[in-house]
Design a protein around this ligand. Structure first.
Ligand SMILES: Cc1cc2nc3c(=O)[nH]c(=O)nc-3n(C[C@H](O)[C@H](O)[C@H](O)COP(=O)(O)OP(=O)(O)OC[C@H]3O[C@@H](n4cnc5c(N)ncnc54)[C@H](O)[C@@H]3O)c2cc1C
Length: 424
């Protein structure tokens, strides 16, 4: 186990997260390489009376995985992936990231219901529910979890599944974990998929009215799509003051069938980019991954909407975009598609509380110059109370503080509290 403190030359690098707007100063960072290291690190943190933050891919929006004054228990070096085609499972260690898992499974033609960003940790993604472009086809990431290895704060190692510690297993599936460290996760393998089509469409709108018309139409039409397609639709304004709507997605179908399914969307006016290409599933994922930057300065949060937003609300969002700080490079409001396989499970089957919502509703602002951080963060924070009025809950994977925990867990809040007490 390697320990890094403020006295080490690599301290700064060791506390840099994907969101560069977060500057936290943990007291100690422990890079663990085995379960024994994790157990030793927990003891060391207790000895120094430091609160533990578990960290893997460093993508927490608000930097909760490396808080000020904390002991960061970093599991990113735990890197094994075990594919078992006979048992039809894949087991990953806690440091595995989206891209590694996609690549390994793709060698055998398996897709995976992971996220779009290549460097997000798969365990963290799953603990928060796990939305992706395959969610309507294969379910959320957490719906595909069948077992986990958990190291509790007292060092006990538990195998957790539907039969052993079923309540803890339930809460790992979308309810996060505060009783220890997940060292491994096992997923059932989806069926092999020979082909997928990645979808990228961009509309550049002359005005807010045109954008609102397209968004209102889209949110009515989207639920009628078969589950083999999932997309996110983004209303954005960029530094060139272009107001646009872009869609990114994946269809488990060839290009011809995908274009047929998308025909009503492709007929909408102001379409400037229509880039849909089919090929092996891995190419669709790689294209999406390669379009992610390596890091960003941003503020972002995600809530849920049951069906969509009203005309007045979309107009209001478009107006806010036109007032984004000139220092910002980009601001956006996004609907991430749910439905399909996400609703195959009952709302109480896992700790993810928002299965019946049609969309995750994301709000985001991005900038490049660290000196404008305050004004850009303030823009989103000022609109947040109104955003809360037009939406519900909060997506654990897209957190924005201050946010009551009740919002993340919804109807499952009390149950998750009880499970936390039971295993603490
Ligand atoms: C650019 C970007 C794109 C994203 N895209 C998506 C997306 O498409 N879909 C989606 O659902 N989410 C997405 N997310 C959110 C992401 O899934 C969550 O932030 C997730 O928690 C990140 O895990 P991590 O290991 O990378 O981050 P970290 O910051 O290292 O960890 C985040 C939190 O996860 C928990 N955690 C992680 N590993 C463990 C472990 N082994 N044991 C116990 N707890 C652990 C801890 O509570 C920790 O605070 C995205 C985030 C970013 C920044």
């Amino acid at each position: 186990m390697k320990l890094v403190s403020k006295h080490h030359s690599d301290y700064q690098e060791a506390c840099t997260g994907w969101n560069r707007a977060i500057n936290h100063a943990p007291t100690l960072i422990a890079f663990c390489e085995s379960n024994q290291d994790i157990i030793s690190a927990i003891k060391l943190a207790k000895h120094h009376k430091l609160p533990i933050c578990v960290r893997s891919g460093r993508h927490h929006y608000e930097g909760d995985s490396y808080k000020d004054g904390s002991f960061v228990l970093d599991v990113s070096q735990l890197q094994t992936i075990q594919l078992d085609e006979i048992a039809q499972t894949v087991t990953i260690a806690a440091g595995v990231q989206n891209r590694q898992l996609y690549d390994t499974l793709a060698e055998h033609n398996y897709p995976f219901p992971g996220g779009g960003c290549p460097t997000v940790g798969v365990v963290g993604f799953t603990l928060g529910g796990g939305w992706g472009y395959s969610s309507r086809y294969l379910g959320l990431g957490c719906d595909n979890l069948i077992a986990a290895e958990v190291i509790l704060w007292d060092g006990t190692v538990l195998l957790v599944d539907a039969h052993q510690h079923p309540e803890l297993f339930w809460s790992l599936r979308g309810g996060g974990i505060s009783v220890g460290v997940v060292s491994k996760m096992t997923y059932r393998l989806p069926k092999k998929e020979p082909i997928a089509t990645r979808i990228f469409l961009d509309y550049q709108l002359p005005n807010n009215e045109a954008a609102t018309t397209l968004l209102l139409w889209y949110q009515e039409w989207f639920p009628s799509l078969p589950r083999l397609i999932n997309m996110k639709i983004v209303l954005y304004r960029n530094q060139q003051q272009i107001l646009g709507i872009k869609l990114t997605g994946i269809a488990y179908a060839d290009e011809r069938e995908t274009k047929k399914l998308l025909a009503p969307l492709l007929k909408q006016p102001f379409l400037v980019t229509n880039d849909c290409k089919s090929g092996p599933v891995i190419l669709a994922n790689r294209w999406i991954q390669d379009n992610h930057p390596e890091f960003e300065y941003y503020k972002s949060g995600g809530r849920f909407v049951a069906k969509g937003l009203t005309e007045i609300q979309w107009r209001m969002l478009g107006k806010w975009l036109s007032q984004m700080p000139i220092e910002a490079t980009y601001a956006a409001f996004t609907l991430y598609g749910l439905g399909g396989a996400v609703t195959d499970l009952s709302p109480v089957a896992t700790a993810f509380a928002y299965r019946e919502m049609q969309f995750i509703f994301g709000s985001q602002i991005v900038w490049e110059n660290p000196e404008v951080t305050k004004s850009c963060q303030t823009w989103l924070q000022n609109h947040w109370p109104a955003i809360e009025m037009m939406s519900t809950g909060s997506f654990l994977n897209f957190p924005l503080h201050p946010q009551a925990e009740t919002n993340y867990y919804g109807q499952h809040f009390t149950q998750i509290q009880q499970i936390t007490q039971q295993y603490s």
